[in-house]
Design a binder for this molecule. Sequence first.
Ligand code: 6LW
Length: 513
Amino acid sequence: MTQTPSLAPSNPLIPGFHPDPSVCKVGDDYYLACSSFEYLPGIPVFHSRDLAAWSLIGHVADREGQLDVCDTPTLGGAWAPTLRHHGGRFYCVVTDAHGRGSLIFTAEDPQGPWSNGTVMQGVSGIDPDIAWDEEGTCYITYSGLLLHDGDAPPTHLGIQQVRMDPRTGRALEEPRSLWSGTGLMFPEAPHLYKIDETWYLLIAEGGTERGHAVSIARSTRPEGPFEGCPANPVLSARSTDRPIQNTGHADLVQRPDGSWLMVMLGMRPRGTTRAFSPMGRETFVTSLHWEDGWPVVAPVELTPPGPEVRERDDFDDECLEPRWLGVRRLPASVASLTERSGWLRLHAGEAKAGMDDLRPAFVGRRQQHERAAFSALLDVSGGTGGISLRIDEQHHYDIEAGHGVIRARARVGSLTQTWEQPHPGDVAVLRISTEKPPADGLENLAADMVRLSVRSGTAGDSGEAWTTLALLDGRYVSAETTASFTGRSVGLYAAEGTVDADWFAYEGHDAQR
Ligand code: 6LW
C-alpha cells in the first residue's frame, strides 16, 4: 500500500491550551495526550495517521473519581501525562496535583474506557514517565517536585527514578537521583527512550515561562549514569524574537521513514511587547536529526494562518462533542440534552456564584484561534445565564440575560464591573468576540480586545446588528497576567435557575503575522 505523503505538520499542532503533550506511535497510528488541570473530562487523547491532522477521540478521565479535582485549587488537577503502549496495552501516567497524586491509567483502546487509575506508591513528585527495558522491567522516571499544601514553597529533589510494578503501582526500590539538567531551575518532564543501543533522558528545565528549555542526556543503562549533551539546551526560545515562546516539556516520536519529530508546549504571546498569550500553552512540533548520537533540534516555526474555522453545535445529538468541558465537574452534571429536545439545558443548581463559583454551571470549549467569536441563542425564561470567557473563577468576562436585562460583567481579581441594558422577552442571542487592539494608546500592549454584545432586533447592513455592552482589554484574561497553566475557555453558563441554549457557534482564525 503506498504511503499517503505525510503532510508537513503545522504549528500550532493542537491549538488552544493543550500543554505538556506526550505522543506515542502504535503501528500506523499516533496518539497524543495533554494536561487538563481542573477541567473535566480530563486528559484529552488525540489521534493522527500522519502527525499533521489530529482529532480528539476521547479523554482518559471521563468518569467521576478518576481524578479528584472537585476542590482542587486553580492550577491543580491533571498535570503532564505520559502516554505509552506496551505489551498490547495503553498506559497513561499522570499527576493529579493536589488530588490523588501520581497515577497509572491503562486501556485496551485509547478511546477508552480507561481504568479508574492506580495510585503510584513511592513516587513523590510530578511529571511521571513510564518505560520498559528488554527484560520487561518498568521504570518510572519523574520530577522530584514536592508540592506542599498551604504556603510552604515546593521542595525539588531533581529527576528521580524507581523501578515499579505497574499492575500494583508499588515501587520496587527506593528512588534514585538521575542527571537533572544543566543547572537551570525546575528540572521536570523527563522521558526515557531506548534508541538503538543507547538510553536517552529528555527533560525540561528553566521553568515553563519564557526561560523554558529542553535538555537531553544519554547512558548505556536506563538508570544511568547519564552524560549531558554538550549542546544543551537542545531547544529553547529564551531571549529570541521567535513568535513561539516558552518552548519546552517535549516528547519524541519517530516516523515510518525513520525521521524524528519533537512535540512540546509553547505560547504565542502577542501585543506590542509580545507579553500576553490569551490561549496559554499550546502543543507545537518541530523536526530534528541526529549528529554524533545527539539530537539537533530545529527552531519551532509558526505556520502562516490557515482558513477560518466555523463550528456550530445545534444540540440535536444525544451527547455533547468531546471538546466540551466542565470546571471541576463533568458537563453532564450541569447540562442536559434530553430535557428539551434540540436544546442544551443548564441548571445553576448549587452554583450560586455564577462564574465566580469554584464549580460553575458552565460548559465550554477552548479558544483555539487568536481572533474568535462565540455566539449562542438562549432562552432565559427559566433563569439567568449567558456566555463566559474564562481563565479561572477570578478572571472572566461574561455576558448574560435574565429577568428583562442584558448584563456584561468583567471579573479581574478582586475587581468586578457590570454594564446593563433592558432586554424585552426571554430569548437573546449573545456574543463574545476577540479582535485586534487599537493601534494607538496603551491598549495595543494587549494581545486582543474582547467585545461583549447582544444581537439587537434590527438587521443592519451586515445582515445583523449587534449592540456592544462592553469592549474590554484582553490582557486581563491572558495566561501571563493570571499566572495560569491553562488558557481561555469560552462557553455557556447558568447563574440562576435553568437556561436553555438552542445553538452555540464558534468562528476562529489566526491573525496575520
Ligand atoms: C507540569 C510541569 C510544569 O507538570 O507545569 O512548569 C506542570 N512545568 O512540567 C503543569 O503544566
